[in-house]
Ligand binder design. Structure first.
Ligand code: UDP
Ligand code: MG
Length: 316
């Protein structure tokens, strides 16, 4: 028997694209249901992440016209990752498999067929991987690639060129629920959950309309979160650095004692200035990085809710 698919689509000020996205998904669902690949009870769940435009009103209208489309309204803007999580946790109550996808049609809707096929073959996680990045600017492509490599070096297990377009089975989501962290970085968490996984490849398009809700500032913040939420390598690096500098300073101590005994000392103003600045800088850097982790511990210990649902449109 065909399994129930839920799509989770986070929406933040997406009034320009949501109609088109709805039309295309409705068409896709029709095909998939006719082909017997997914159950007729399959749904699309729009998660309104505190939009300030007409997005939520439009979602309500869509839901009233076609019950395949449901809406989940968060109490305020919580960011893409939290919005996706809210949708996933809601969807898994009824779904056998859930696909998360952006609202802006950058991800290829036609890849859904293949994802569902892989699920039916027995995979629990199917990552959508972009095989080209030609629609991205050179800057975005370059920084994204450097970032993936950095993450791998830091020991974070992620899938190269994969964003948040992926299929997950119910049991993956049930286990994902147990990862209680507040600093969410889903593409780092999903591989940690495990279970059989595979990838499908697709070409990433331009945003259909509207503009990116991920300005550079948010992107940098997200990138930094990715490292500090999942890896403690930066702390280890600092420790190693501290150890090396400590060894060096012992050498310098011995050297200066020897020089003193030999009577070769002279006013070393410049070397002192250099070392004061170098060490000062290093210490501040270390404190900053450690502070980042303490900040995270602080947030985690509060274990605040990661999202609050205001309304759920789920008439059948
Ligand atoms: N989004 C969200 N909350 C936010 C920012 C973005 O739910 O605070 C959604 C947005 O509506 C879209 C997806 O996350 O469906 C990805 O955002 P966007 O396309 O703007 O990012 P980009 O593709 O430029 O990285
Ligand atoms: Mg986008």
């Amino acid at each position: 028997m065909a399994k129930i698919l839920f799509m989770v689509v986070p929406c933040y000020n997406e009034q320009e694209v949501i109609t088109e996205t709805t039309n295309r998904l409705a068409q896709k669902y029709k095909e998939l249901i006719e082909a017997g690949k997914i159950a007729p009870e399959s749904k699309v769940l729009y998660v309104n992440d505190g939009s300030k435009d007409n997005t939520w009103k439009m979602i309500k209208d869509i839901h009233n016209k076609d019950k395949t489309f449901r809406g989940l309204c968060l109490s305020r803007n919580r960011g893409h990752q939290n919005a996706v999580l809210a949708g996933l946790m809601q969807a898994k109550e009824e779904a056998d498999m859930v696909i998360s996808m952006d609202a802006d049609l950058q991800d290829d809707i036609n890849a859904i067929d293949e994802m569902v096929d892989k699920f039916n073959e027995g995979y629990d996680v199917v990552y959508g991987v972009r095989d080209k990045r030609k629609t991205d600017t050179f800057f975005k492509r370059f920084t994204a690639q450097a970032y993936y490599k950095l993450l791998l070096k830091m020991g974070v297990d992620i899938v190269y060129n994969h964003a948040d377009f992926r299929l997950m089975s119910k049991r993956v989501l049930d286990n994902l629920e147990d990862y209680k962290e507040v600093n969410l970085f889903l593409r780092g968490l999903v591989p940690m959950v495990g279970f059989p996984s595979t990838s499908v490849y697709y070409e990433r398009h331009e945003r259909f309309a509207g503009e990116s809700k991920y300005p550079l500032k948010k992107m940098l913040h997200f990138a930094f979160d990715g490292i500090t939420s999942l890896s403690i390598k930066p702390i280890r690096l600092i420790t190693t650095l501290g150890l090396i500098i400590f060894m060096l300073s012992i050498g310098i101590l011995i050297y200066s004692v020897v020089m003193h005994i030999l009577g070769n000392t002279f006013a070393g103003w410049s070397s002192i200035m250099v070392s004061v600045w170098a060490l000062g800088g290093l210490q501040i850097l270390s404190i900053g990085i450690i502070g980042e982790y303490i900040g995270k511990i602080y947030l985690e210990t509060k274990s605040r809710p990661r999202f609050i649902i205001q309304e759920y449109l789920n008439d059948n």
